[in-house]
Structures are given as structure tokens and as C-alpha cells.
Write a protein that binds this ligand. Structure first.
Ligand code: HEC
Ligand code: HEC
Length: 452
């Protein structure tokens, strides 16, 4: 109902098709068991090639945090690795979704929070000496271990050197996906030594969306191009090491459960006191200025699932333009194994971005799809957005008033340490809807946003 009213309201304002917000219709999703999904995510073998445990334990220190309270060897590796048995029975350590989709925040592991501390800015020199040493020793002394590691070594060699970002804190997963896809046959998923698609130069930086938003969304990803069965997108990491479609089919069978788990996650609550009067004022301002795109919250809340065209949102264009300029990736996906079978998925590109649900928005700084804006105050007051800014990654500290990372503005940007909003893909432009608010109104809206 809300979405119908919204569409009507927008139709009156704008009359040109590509200038209209577009409602995304729901698609059929699989059901599953969230407990099984959690166990699969944190112990399962959705990657079946990794670093043999016997080598891993020599080269990597034990991690005693055991944030996930796991048992056996899993209790000795970081939360974002699983110890699994490779098809040739060698025990291997594999990276998991939690590399990018979990973060320690104020001493607690928050599953589903996008990891904004990761460093893709050093990818070109990433661990290659260690990897090469391990690989040489294995080839000489334990061919079986080498066989268990070869698929992940092969894809690391092809992808890591191409995944360098300009600054720490943004994610290069889109890049990872495109390079992997370029090396795989769309029907059989078998690895091709020479890329079969043209790989563009640019690395598109993104933030990582929180998992707890997915239960409201009718489409996946910032530009809403992930349509049809979500499970197929959730399992996409499997193409890092997948052997063939029989492996992919087996892994796929678990992703109804993983989806059920992801849908069961709720955002963490804002941990400090909230001024209820101020937040109530903020709610009214929010409903009048923001709800048509971001929906309403609380027990009768409703989310409109709208794609906002570039001509309205005006945030950095590199992410959606990438799809337009490189249709070979969309074509690959839409004729691939992922688009077929009982649970077909599809990519439908759009020039603009989804207006995301704002649940748990207090904890998901930095903001916008490229993480270019450090806090909510500046998101809603665009003249205050810093052009060059840096934050402390060693001792990250959060600003509970302006909501976001404590940052420093700098005069001159430095590669890797400074978020430089003048670089292509890194712009902090657009989304100026908060500019018209008075300072007092903005403060009230931020107080309200703390409650979501
Ligand atoms: C290397 C980092 C990385 C890994 C590993 C990773 N993801 Fe993601 N994921 C991302 C990024 C970045 C996005 C946003 C991409 C975009 O929208 O352009 C994303 C998007 C998503 C979304 C969409 C959320 C939304 O609201 O649209 C889901 C769900 C998701 N990933 C689940 C998973 C699962 C499940 C795994 C493991 C099987 C996984 N991801 C592994 C980085 C990663
Ligand atoms: C015309 C639709 C529209 C209106 C009106 C609107 N927004 Fe947004 N908002 C968006 C879109 C689209 C994005 C994602 C843009 C991007 O990431 O490039 C967004 C992003 C955001 C984000 C960042 C989300 C994140 O995870 O990084 C916040 C916070 C936000 N909006 C708050 C507000 C508030 C508060 C208002 C009202 C003052 C408002 N918005 C008005 C469409 C809108």
C-alpha cells in the first residue's frame, strides 16, 4: 500500500521513465533452517580448497579468541576461517563469508556487520612470498597437500594482484567476482587459465551492506541488480575454488538454510542513552523527508523497496556504470549455471541505487555505497563532508554523537591511509536530502536514527 502511494507521489513529480524511482517486485525465495545455515556458514565446506592445516599452523599463529565458541580445530583459527576436509581427505583452512561480513565492534564479534577494517590497499604485495614458499615446499614434500591447495592458489594468483584499492576500509569483492567469472566457463564453471572475458582496468570500491537488511529487500546489492533466487548469489564465493557444477550443486543445496540464517539476524541496539523527546521530534521529520524512500520503522513499519535513479540520487556513478560499460559480466551470469535449474537467479542492471533500509544504521559507518562519508552528521549535511579524511585502524574509535568513525581531515591525501574523495569511484557527492534541515532538526533525525 505504502509503495503504491509512493509511486503515485513520484509519478506526479517526475514524468520521464528513467527519472522515476522504480519499485522492485519480490521474487520467490527458498525456505530453510537457520540453525543449519549458521552451522554451515561457520563450519561448512562451501570452499573445498584451502591452505592445508598442517602448513597453516606453522605459518599462522593460533587464535585463542574463539569468538564463535567453536570446537576442535575450528577453535584455533580466526572466526573468519573454517577447517574443512578437502575432496582428497586433506584438512584445509578456508576463508569464509565472515572475512567481509563480520567485524569486532567494541570488543564483541558482530556477525552480519560489514567489515570496514579490511585492507585491500596492499593487495599487490599480499603474502605472496609466504604463499610461494608454502607452495614450493608442498610440491616437493607433500603432493597431496599441494593438490588440496592448488585451486585456491590458482585463483589467488589470478585475482589478488588485480584487487588493489586506493585506501584501507573499502572492499573489492565486486572486483573479485568479475575476475573469477572471467576465468570460468558459464555452463560448466570449470576454471579457464586464460580469461574468457575482457577484464576492465578499474577496481570499484564499495562498503559492505549489513546482512540484517536482506530480510526486507526484494533485490540484492547496491544497485539492486541481484534478482530471482538469493541463495545463488549467497553461494557465489564458491566460484573462488569450485571444481565443476556437481560441486556447485552440492554447495547450493545448503543455501536455503544460509538464507534463513541471514534473515534471522537482527541489528545490534544502540548501547548509550537516547533522548526520547528529541528522537520523537526526529521521527516526524524523518517521516516527512525520508520515509518515502527509506520506509517506516517499528511494529507497523513498511519498506518500499525502491531503486532511485542516478539523476535523483547523484552519488558516485562508478558502480552502476561498471555494469553498463561491461555488459559481458551480466551476459555471463544470465546464461550461466547460476541462472538455471530449480532456483534461477538473474542480474538486472540499473542506473542508480537502492534506497536501503536503515535498521542498525548507527553501527554501519562509513556511509554511502562506497563508504565515502565518515558519519551521519556529514551524510545529512553535505557541505561538512570531508574531502580527504583518515581514521585510526589500529585503535578504531566510534563517535556515538555524530554516529560514525572518529576521523581527521587532512590537507593532502596519502595513498592507502587517506580516503580521497576526488578519485574516480570514491566521490562523496549526492544524497543531499538532509541539507535543507536546520541544525536542530538534523540533530533530532540523528537521535531517531539511533533507535532503528
Ligand atoms: C571479499 C569480501 C566478501 C566475501 C568473502 C563475501 N562477501 Fe558478501 N558482499 C560483499 C560486498 C562488498 C557486497 C556488496 C556488493 C555490492 O552490492 O556491490 C556483498 C553483498 C552481499 C549480500 C547482499 C546484501 C544486500 O543487502 O544487498 C549478501 C547477503 C552477502 N554478500 C552474503 C555473502 C555470503 C553468504 C558470503 C559467503 C558465502 C559472502 N557474502 C562472502 C563482500 C563479500
Ligand atoms: C529520493 C530518495 C531518498 C530520500 C528522500 C532520502 N534518501 Fe537516504 N538514501 C537513498 C539512496 C538511494 C541511498 C543509497 C545511496 C548510495 O549508497 O549511493 C541512501 C542512503 C542513505 C543513508 C546511508 C545508508 C548506508 O548504509 O550507507 C542514510 C543514513 C540515509 N540515506 C538517510 C536518509 C535520511 C535521514 C533522509 C531524510 C533526511 C534520506 N536518507 C532521504 C535515497 C533517499
Amino acid at each position: 500500500m505504502l509503495s503504491v502511494l509512493i509511486s503515485l507521489a513520484f509519478t506526479n513529480i517526475l514524468n520521464n521513465e528513467n527519472k522515476l524511482p522504480i519499485h522492485i517486485p519480490p521474487s520467490v525465495q527458498r525456505n530453510g533452517d537457520s540453525v543449519k545455515g549458521y552451522n554451515y556458514l561457520t563450519t561448512g565446506d562451501y570452499l573445498k580448497s584451502g591452505i592445508p592445516y598442517s602448513y597453516y599452523k606453522i605459518f599462522a599463529p593460533k587464535d585463542y579468541n574463539n569468538y564463535l565458541n567453536r570446537t576442535g580445530k575450528n577453535s584455533l583459527v580466526p572466526y573468519d576461517f573454517n577447517v574443512v576436509i578437502a575432496p582428497n581427505k586433506i584438512e584445509v583452512v578456508v576463508p569464509t563469508c565472515l572475512q567481509c561480513h563480520a567485524q569486532v565492534f567494541d570488543g564483541k564479534l558482530c556477525i552480519g556487520l560489514g567489515n570496514t577494517l579490511q585492507d585491500f590497499s596492499r593487495m599487490s604485495d599480499a603474502n605472496n612470498p609466504i604463499k610461494n614458499l608454502m607452495s614450493n615446499i608442498m610440491q616437493t614434500f607433500s603432493p597431496k597437500s599441494y593438490a588440496a591447495a592448488l585451486p585456491i592458489f590458482t585463483s589467488f594468483d589470478a585475482t589478488l594482484p588485480k584487487m588493489q584499492t586506493e585506501v584501507r576500509g573499502v572492499n573489492a569483492a565486486d572486483r573479485l567476482a568479475t575476475v573469477l567469472v572471467a576465468h570460468r566457463d558459464p555452463q560448466t564453471l570449470v576454471w579457464q587459465q586464460q580469461p574468457i572475458l575482457n577484464i576492465p582496468e578499474e577496481v570499484i570500491p564499495t562498503d559492505v551492506p549489513a546482512w540484517w537488511l536482506l530480510k526486507k529487500k526484494n533485490a540484492m546489492f547496491y544497485n539492486g541488480f541481484g534478482r530471482g533466487d538469493f541463495g545463488k548469489f549467497l553461494m557465489l564465493s564458491n566460484i573462488l575454488t569450485v571444481k565443476d557444477t556437481s560441486e556447485a550443486t552440492e554447495v547450493n543445496s545448503h543455501f536455503g538454510d544460509v538464507l534463513a540464517y541471514i534473515k534471522s539476524i537482527n541489528p545490534p541496539k544502540y548501547p548509550k542513552p537516547i533522548d526520547d523527546n528529541l528522537s520523537a521530534k526526529g521521527k516526524t521529520i524523518f517521516v516527512n523527508n525520508c520515509s518515502k524512500c527509506h520506509g517506516t520503522y517499528g511494529s507497523n513499519g513498511s519498506y518500499p523497496n525502491l531503486l532511485i535513479p542516478a539523476s535523483i540520487i547523484k552519488t558516485d556513478s562508478m558502480l552502476y556504470k561498471g555494469n553498463q560499460q561491461n555488459p559481458q559480466f551480466i551476459e555471463w551470469f544470465n546464461k550461466s549455471w547460476f541462472a538455471q535449474g530449480d532456483y534461477p537467479a538473474q542480474l538486472q542492471p540499473f542506473d542508480g541505487y537502492i534506497a536501503p533500509p536503515l535498521d542498525g544504521i548507527w553501527v554501519t559507518a562509513p556511509y554511502l555505497h562506497n563508504g565515502s562519508v565518515p558519519n551521519l552528521e556529514t551524510l545529512l549535511n553535505s557541505k561538512n563532508r570531508p574531502k580527504y579524511w583518515k581514521r585510526n585502524f589500529k585503535n578504531p574509535s566510534y563517535d556515538y554523537e555524530n554516529i560514525g568513525w572518529i576521523y581527521q581531515t587532512v590537507e593532502k591525501p596519502e595513498r592507502r591511509t587517506t580516503y580521497n574523495t576526488t578519485l574516480p569511484g570514491y566521490s562523496n557527492s549526492g544524497h543531499t536530502f538532509g541539507d535543507k534541515l536546520t541544525d536542530a532538526e538534523r540533530k533530532a533525525v540523528i537521535e531517531y536514527l539511533k533507535t532503528l
